[in-house]
Each structure stands twice: as C-alpha cells, then as structure tokens.
Design a protein around this ligand. Sequence first.
Ligand SMILES: Nc1ncnc2c1ncn2[C@@H]1O[C@H](COP(=O)(O)OP(=O)(O)OP(=O)(O)O)[C@@H](O)[C@H]1O
Ligand SMILES: [Zn+2]
Ligand SMILES: [Zn+2]
Length: 768
Amino acid sequence: MSGTEQVLYANVIVDISHEKLDKIFQYRVPDVLRMQIHPGTAVTVPFGNGNRRIQGYVVKLTDRTDYPPEKIKEIQGVCAGQTGVEGKLIALAAWMRDYYGSTMIQALKAVLPVKQKVAQKEQKQIRLLLPEKEAREMLQVLEKKNQKARARLLDALLVIAKQNEKGMAVLSWERAKEQYGVTMPVVRAMEEKGIVKLESMRIYREPLDLMISRSDQKQEEVKMQTGRDFFLNEEQQLAVQTILKEWDQKDKSVYLLHGVTGSGKTEVYMELIDFVRKQGKQAIFLIPEIALTYQMVLRFYQRFGSRVSILHSRMSAGERYDQYEKAKNGEIDIMIGPRSALFTPFSNLGIIIIDEEHEESYKSETVPRYHARETAQRRAEMEGAKLILGSATPSVESYYRAEKGEYCLLEMKRRANRQKLPYVWIGDMRNEMREGNRSILSRYLQEQLGMCLERGDQAMLFLNRRGYAGFVACRSCGTVIGCPHCNVSLSLHKKGTAGEKLVCHYCGYTQPNPRLCPSCTSPFIGSFQVGTQQVVSQVQRMFPKARILRMDADTTRGKDGHHKILETFAKGGADILVGTQMIVKGHDFADVTLVGALAADLSLHMSDYRAAERTFQLLTQAAGRAGRGEKTGSVVIQTYEPDHYSIKAAAAQDYQAFYEEEILYRSLMDYPPVGGMLALHGQGEDESYLQMAMEYLKKYLDVLAKKTQARVIGPADESVSKVADIYRKVIYVRHGRKEVLDQIKERTEQYIEINRGFDKITIQYDRD
Ligand SMILES: Nc1ncnc2c1ncn2[C@@H]1O[C@H](COP(=O)(O)OP(=O)(O)OP(=O)(O)O)[C@@H](O)[C@H]1O
Ligand SMILES: [Zn+2]
Ligand SMILES: [Zn+2]
C-alpha cells in the first residue's frame, strides 16, 4: 500500500422525484464513513446555497473528480436503517441511465415498481389477545352483563382457537359481521378493553391463479413433491458442483451453461436455487415470456411450494406490484419472470439465472434500452450474487466472453435421459422447384409427415417468419440481393408511383428492384409471402384426416390463448402444430417425433448483422423439440441456401462450428461482440430537417472517427422509417474497442447539448 491514502468521492443522486434534478452530484466521503458507504447507501448531504440538509443515494464511488477538489462538499451522515434494497435498485438505475442513455426518471420507472392503489386489497380481521383461561372468564362476565354481541364474538374466537393447531384465534371481519351479527362499535369497544385486536391483512393475488384463469385440476397438481424420480446425471452434477465449489470466489461470478436441447438445464437451475435458499438468500429466475408456461412454473411449485412467485405481462400492474411487495416483505424467495423480474426487490439476493439467455426479448425496446444480461451482471456484482446464463444456443456475445475468460463456461453435451439428438435432413428447395414441386412442403417432408401420422405421433411445422422485412430472393438459384457495403440483405420498399426500390438499413444504399436474377437470370425473383394460414390449408389438403392446430400472433390473443393451444397439443388434441417461432421455445412434448422447419432461411436475410445467429438459434431450438420422449425424432430443414454455415451447423447441432464461422465474420466487419457498435437514432417531424441534422452529426462523427479510426455509416432510414408522422433515421458507429465508443458517445452528447440546431429533433443512443 502506498503511504498517501486516496481521497474517495461519491456520486450521489439527490432527489428521485424531480425531473429537474436529474443530475448526479459529487461529494467527498469523510474517512470516518468510508466503511459504511457503498452504492445504494442512503446519505444526508448539504445541498444548494443554503446548505440545506437533504437525503440522497450513493450511486457510485470513485477516486476521480472533474471539479476543483476544494469546492466539493462532504457527506454529512448515513441514514440508518435505510440502506435497503431500494438504495441498491436506485444505484442500478443510475448505472442504466449512464450506460444506456436515458433520464434518471426513465431509469427509475424501469427499476422500481409503481405503487398501485388498486393493489392494496385489504381485509380486516379480529384477533383474540387474551389467553384461553382469561378469555373464558371474560366470556362469563359478558354473558352476565347480557352483552350478547360481545359474548357471541368472544365465543366464536374461542371455538376457532380450539380448532387451530397453534391455538390462534383470528376471525375475518366479514364473517364476524355476517355470521355473528357483530358491528364495528362492538369490536372497537372490545379492542379498548384489550380483549381483541382489529388488524388489517393484505390479500395477495395468487400468482399461479393469475397465470391461467381456469383452476380445474390445479389444486391436486400443485401438491408438494419433495423429491424427483431421478438423480442428476454426471454432467448435471458436474455443472452444479463446479459452481458450488467456487461459490465464495469473487472473481468467478458469471457462468455460461451451454447445454444441448433437453440436457436438463432446468434441474441444474433448481439445484442451485435450492442451495441459495438454504443459505437464507433469494433467487431471480428469468425466462422469456413465451417460455413462461404453466408446465414450467409447475415444476418450480412442486419443488419449492409457495416460496415461488411469478411475474408476466398479462398480469395487471396491481397484480405485479403485489408480487414485488411479497418479495420485499420476505414472503417469497424465488421470483420467476421475464426481463422486468430482474428488479425484484429481494434484500439478500444470492443468484440470478437467465434461461435461454440468447433470446431477444431480454433487450428492452423502450428507453432505457437496457439488456437484461448486462444489467443482471451489474446487479449481481453490486450484491455479491452469482449470475448463471443458460442456453442450448448461447448468444455469440456471451460465448465470446466465455472464450475470453470473462465468464466461466460449463457444458452439457448429452440429453438428460440419454435420448439421442434427432436426425436432421436438409431439404434443398431449389431442387424441388427445378423438379416441379411448387408446394410449401418438400417431397421428403411430405413423406415423413405421412409416416409420422401413421405411427400416431405428433409433428410440429415451424414457419420461420423472422425478419420478414421483404428481402428479394431468386427461387431458382437462391441468390438474395444484398448490400455491396454491409453484408446484409436489402429491403424492398414500395414508394407509391415511383416504383419499387431496394434499400440498405445500415448505410442507406439504394438500387432499383431487378426483374431478373443477377446471377442466373431467372425471372422467378421476388419477395416471399407465406403465412401460417396458408401452410395449414395446404397441409390439410394433403392430409385430410389430420387434426391441425395453428399457433401464431392471431390465434394466441386473449388471456390464455397461448396456454390453451399448447395444452391441447400436449394432451394429444391435435396431430400437427403449425406455428411461427413461438412454437420453438422451450416446450417439451414427448410425442413429437417430427419437426419441419419451413423457409428456414427467411431469417438469414433480416437486415441485421445478427441474421445468421438468429437463424442458427431458431433452427437448433426447433430441431431440439423433436424426439424428447422415448422415441427418436427427425427433423427436416427446408431452405434455398443449404450451404450456408448457419444452416449446416444447425443441422449438425454443432454450436462450435457455427460460432467459429460467425466470429470470423464479426471480427472482419468490426461487428459486436468483437467490435462495439453505437447507434444514434434520430427522430423528427420534418424529414428534410432531420436529414440535415443527421448529416451534420455525421460530419462531426467523421472528425472524431478520423482520430480514432472508427467506422461511421449512415444516416439511413430506420427499417420502420416513419411512425405516427415522426421520421426516423439512424447513424451507426463501429469500433474494435468499446471504450472508444464510450468516448465518442460522450463527446457527441456534449456537441448536441450546446448546438441549438438539434433542439428540434431527439437523439437516442443504443448499444450493439
Ligand atoms: N437427470 C435426469 N434424469 C432423467 N431425466 C431428466 C434428468 N434431468 C432432466 N430430465 C428430464 O429431461 C427433460 C429435459 O429437461 P429440461 O427441460 O431441464 O432440459 P433443458 O436443458 O432445459 O432443455 P431445453 O433447452 O431444450 O428447453 C425433462 O423432461 C426433465 O424432466
Ligand atoms: Zn437466380
Ligand atoms: Zn449497406
């Protein structure tokens, strides 16, 4: 240690309810308070010219300051007993504000649940305070005095005490009123004498009830089940033990659990959660909304009983608030839910698990545009908790970090029950076309489907509609018209009478829509338009007796439309399930032995650098639905690009092969995760003004880029270029090092702030 102690400063946010004070102030940390002050600590600080004492929260500690040190005031004290979970969440919000770019209020709204008056459903109850013997004596007194109502109430309470195992005597006010004719003055009078106490009790809505509206058969299903009927296999045990062995190692805080589909990751999660619970700590389990099924939640209920709660988007704000309250009051210790469950106010968080960590739904679409993975990592760090990321198809981002040693990698290569991974066949649709088959199903898939139905098994047909942004492809040779500069496909834009043109959403490049294929001159070139409806009717025509269910955005409206379809299928109520990507995620149907992925390559042509990754993930996950029960499954992947690495790797279920190709492409192009990417989204009412402002911005960025060798591209129209009469344009900046982008972002923010010309438009930042 060096002789001179460094001065420590705290960044403090002083008022969380005023938009005007959306600013962070620096204070000096006095030596005597050093040990007590952490991110999240509530402190009192002098504020303003009068040095008024106000309360604030520490959001960060630092040894650097941009102000003259002699001008910085000191923290006066720590607010005792207030350093709870709220402070930590506020500190997390402050980090989100800085990192993702939003106001403090926006960040706080994402992090702290809004109080909901409607949720405060209260019930009154009457509790007996006297011990039994005294109560009996009192009863005699009351009877003697002929105070009938009081006697009736006391008598009822004594009966209840007798029936209750612990001798507790509590009667709801409703019942006292209706059944025993007790009035409020009677209760008040008895309360004054110290005989009873009138209490308010919060009534929480039960999360499992909220999950589905029907409650048949549920009661018996939810019976606690202490053990399971199998042991963890070797791979599962190894994963659990590795994490537990390193539990106290601070440098090992994030794990990536890469386990093939059906490898039993959920059991690993539950084992870890069990460990955390036994330590008196709590767990947050994030899963994508779509995989948040009744079956999944049931597994947790069976293991952990009512210590579990859930959050999901179909709950009302009040219902969600109830669940947060339960967490804060220590009534539960496991929260299951999508992205927003990350902010559950547990006071002693031990673990955060993110299942299907590659899912896009973990990224918020509204400001602050946070990613649950990064934010979870931050929260885990702040609270000394572990973070587990699980997937059969990890995001390239996470795998890259694991490779660099930032995350610890754990692998499970076999299916839990020793079932074989399914056999995969790639159907080349160019061939089908050449040989005169114009139907949606290849001949091989038709044959397989027929056999599957004959066996009495079930099949899933998955229509990949991801990124159906109207790219243009040749049906004869498979060529897709791409941008010559960005290595992504061009999107078709219909611009009134001006005719059609193809546009790049990264750099703004345009060209006319060709009538003949540029590589084989076939006239069969155009954009794709196939819907699930069409698939259903074609398949029905081929197999008139098959019972077909359709699952897509149209058929899953309503409170539990999604759940109903899955349940019908699970119970054998249909032979074929046809659907969009929503049928792919995490479902476990034992009788499904055939999965067909139609138009597998549609998602390859999203105008997005992640197109190949999404395609690989969707196909691998879809294939993973086949043959999960006793019977081995088979999969047919139909494509116009059978040679594309993401399709070949998905067919071979070879993550490694995919990753190696993909990371090469990313590093050649400086795309994340090798490089960083910063998007500047501009919005304005006047299109030409917006264009001009964005061009100014681009010029400024070009100057910065010269010094740092960043790549600046755009401005280009966003893929949705106009929403509610507001035009939207975007500029991307890419660089191999993220710190450089941080600096560029900071400089640009300053530039925009001092430059009046930007007042009429809004600029938002987004990362990667
Ligand atoms: N050790 C085990 N022995 C036998 N069966 C197991 C074992 N572990 C898990 N299973 C069963 O294997 C099936 C798959 O497990 P689980 O759903 O946890 O897999 P997963 O890795 O989450 O799969 P996916 O990523 O495809 O959703 C489940 O039916 C589960 O009950
Ligand atoms: Zn062609
Ligand atoms: Zn381009």
